[in-house]
Design a protein around this ligand. Sequence first.
Ligand SMILES: NC(=O)c1ccc[n+]([C@@H]2O[C@H](COP(=O)([O-])OP(=O)(O)OC[C@H]3O[C@@H](n4cnc5c(N)ncnc54)[C@H](OP(=O)(O)O)[C@@H]3O)[C@@H](O)[C@H]2O)c1
Length: 284
Amino acid sequence: MGALDGKVAVVTGGTRGLGLAIAQAFSAEGAAVVVASRSQQAVDAAVAQLQAARGRAAGRQVDVGDLTQVEALAACAKDQFGGLDVWVNNAGVAGPYGPTLDFTPDVFYQVVQTNVVGVYNGSRTAMRIFQAQHHGKLINVLGHGYKGPVPWQNAYSASKAWGRSFTMALAAETKASGVEVFAFNPGMVLTDLLTDVEVIGGSEGRLRRFPAVVRMWAKPPELPARKAVWIASTATDGRTGLLINLFSPWQMLAGALGEGWRSLTGHPAPPDLVRVRTVPPASR
Ligand SMILES: NC(=O)c1ccc[n+]([C@@H]2O[C@H](COP(=O)([O-])OP(=O)(O)OC[C@H]3O[C@@H](n4cnc5c(N)ncnc54)[C@H](OP(=O)(O)O)[C@@H]3O)[C@@H](O)[C@H]2O)c1
């Protein structure tokens, strides 16, 4: 018997990276899963992958920044699988690394539209359904910066700090309703978002140590996906308002010791996982 048998889950951004790993883990635990992203091709590929592993899966092309599309996603889950029990607001974009004032406004707005407006749209849509049926679990994915400001990553980090505050307020407001709301920081995860980095021209030097940081602390998406199964399961019944953080000091220490040992013993560094692309600063 799976931990999520009979449940229906929506995972935004479920076509690759952490979202796909969460969709696969949910599916392996018995949930029917509906994935969404902006690319129909990516949605079709993810659904085919889930179905090939004998999962019950569907998908929909959705931009989470558009409330109408997000509501259609919820309707799709109910039509296809007869209900909605879990909603993961996972879709996110990082934006480039660099000084805030050098961001092209459209790029800044895209981060806000996805990471802020998208989380609001998903939370609003899922919570209205959950409250009407008196059950359901909402999981909002946080990220670097959720605890406070991160210079040179201001769009992303501020959006994640907003995500934390928004999620905790929502959990407090809905405490007595039988619905559960969680914030989940997966730590550094080996996905496109982490390894395919854009940097605004002039800030390249600030990313000098980034490949070593990724080597030390990034983990495969299957690890946080397993934690997401736990959050979505009955193990968290009655525990609304939890913030689950997988980036612990112990993991940081273990990663740093591993990297230190490698350089002490003269072992060559593994091939670089990080690709950095330079984009021009916005004209002033
Ligand atoms: N990787 C890390 O180290 C890390 C660390 C902490 C937190 N996180 C968080 O984990 C979540 C997933 O990130 P990831 O690393 O898996 O990133 P990723 O590999 O880049 O995947 C992002 C997913 O979101 C979708 N997406 C992006 N914008 C969207 C939009 N407007 N509407 C709908 N779907 C959209 C993408 O598909 P399309 O491009 O096809 O739309 C893709 O499926 C994000 O919230 C991120 O902030 C990641």
